[in-house]
Design a protein around this ligand. Structure first.
Ligand SMILES: NC(=O)c1ccc[n+]([C@@H]2O[C@H](COP(=O)([O-])OP(=O)(O)OC[C@H]3O[C@@H](n4cnc5c(N)ncnc54)[C@H](O)[C@@H]3O)[C@@H](O)[C@H]2O)c1
Length: 365
């Protein structure tokens, strides 16, 4: 990146699926950003998004975008196992990187990304949009104010009834995704829980994984009982479709994290429950389709049981995350922003899979 401040920040986006467009929306809100180019394998999407967000350069080959874009920042919104090679190439080219979650298919790759950010003195940020929900922000404020006392136990989950993304696509293959719902949506809830609990360290994990629907071609858009396209249903499905993990934290507290892409439940549910010495809270987003969001907080005021109704700030999502990334890039103060937080999530996700494979609790290094 040129360090001169007299030009707009030149942004590129690699990957033009749903996630890629969210980053483009984020960049398009910033006056001092020029969206320079896109890379992706779908010519129609490249044209559509290129026209919609004013990106002149459009490539199938992401390396061409890095070579010709003269980029300052790049978003990486591709299948998970491409985040590592793309981020490292961009960092080595002097470009700040905003990677989609999960950071990488495993912690070794995530660690190599952090090393590249440090070696090149660039920002590496991993986008976790769900922690930016209004209810989450409100709950975080309540916890930080000490209203709930010591949080000694928390439960977090993202359970889908029939939501395997792209059955048979990159999402369900080990080499490209690195894992199933724990890797894909569990990592959001892990991030949310760690954020709410003020970044404790996970010391041990005992986890189990199951694949009851995916291997039969069930649990995607066709539903739990129906096969993918009315046939026998067998598809390439190499990951889990449900995982559950019990974690011990260095604070002495514990966290239960459950996640599924497919399960016999009445409707999808995203939740966090926190149990504190002076109060508790339940945060829920659920329904089919999502019909309600709620944050309930119970405590005691002047010796009387009380239910609090906190103000809920606006949700920030991808746009807020992109804006915060740009603030970091502009600040020049990058020392604490080399992707360490994303790496810490990858370390825990790895430990979950290791524990499930071993059938026993594992220590997290
Ligand atoms: N934060 C969120 O809420 C959220 C939501 C969905 C997806 N994601 C993450 O975003 C990433 C992408 O997910 P998606 O749902 O948009 O996937 P997708 O399959 O819809 O899009 C992937 C994009 O990557 C491009 N791509 C693949 N290989 C490429 C290559 N070699 N060179 C250039 N482009 C290439 C494809 O052409 C496509 O445009 C994943 O890591 C996923 O976990 C995050």
């Amino acid at each position: 990146m040129s360090e001169s401040t007299d030009r707009k920040i030149r942004a590129g986006v690699i990957g033009v699926g749903w996630a890629g467009e969210q980053h483009l929306i984020g960049y398009s809100t910033a006056d001092d950003v020029e969206i320079v180019g896109l890379a992706g394998m779908e010519p129609d999407r490249l044209e559509l998004l290129g026209d919609r967000y004013g990106a002149e350069l459009r490539f199938a080959d992401w390396e061409q975008l890095l070579a010709e874009g003269d980029l300052d920042v790049v978003s990486i919104c591709t299948p998970t196992a491409l985040h590592g090679p793309m981020a490292i190439a961009a960092l080595n080219a002097g470009v700040h990187v905003l990677s989609e979650k999960p950071m990488a298919e495993n912690a070794d790759v995530a660690r190599a990304m952090v090393d590249a950010a440090r070696a090149n003195d660039r920002v590496l940020d991993v986008l976790f949009n769900h922690r930016r929900g209004g209810q989450v922000k409100a709950l975080k404020k309540i916890i930080d104010q000490g209203i709930l006392g010591n949080i000694y136990y928390a439960k977090a989950g993202w359970l889908r009834r029939s939501g395997i993304p792209g059955l048979g696509s990159w999402f369900t293959k080990m080499a490209t995704a690195g894992g199933g719902p724990m890797m894909d949506i569990g990592v959001h809830m892990l991030d949310m829980a760690m954020h709410l609990l003020n970044e404790p360290r996970v010391t041990t994990v005992s986890a189990a994984t199951y694949a009851e629907f995916g291997p039969r071609g069930r649990g995607g858009a066709g539903g739990l009982a129906g096969a993918k396209s009315g046939g026998s249903g067998a598809v390439d499905f190499e990951v889990e479709d449900l995982s559950t993990a019990f974690m011990r934290l260095d604070t002495g507290s514990t966290l239960l994290l459950e996640t599924s892409w497919a399960s016999w439940i009445p409707h999808d549910l995203i939740y966090v429950n926190v149990y504190g010495s002076e109060g508790g809270a339940t945060l829920e987003l659920g329904g089919a389709p999502a019909t309600y969001t709620k944050l309930d907080v119970w405590t005691e005021v002047a010796g009387v049981p009380a239910e609090l109704q906190p103000d809920i700030p606006a949700s920030g999502g991808h746009t807020e995350a992109v804006q915060d990334f740009l603030v970091l890039v502009r600040s020049g103060d990058w020392e604490q922003h080399r992707g360490e937080m994303g790496l810490s999530r990858s370390v825990v996700v790895d430990a979950c899979y290791a524990s499930a494979q071993k059938g026993a609790e594992v220590t997290v290094d």
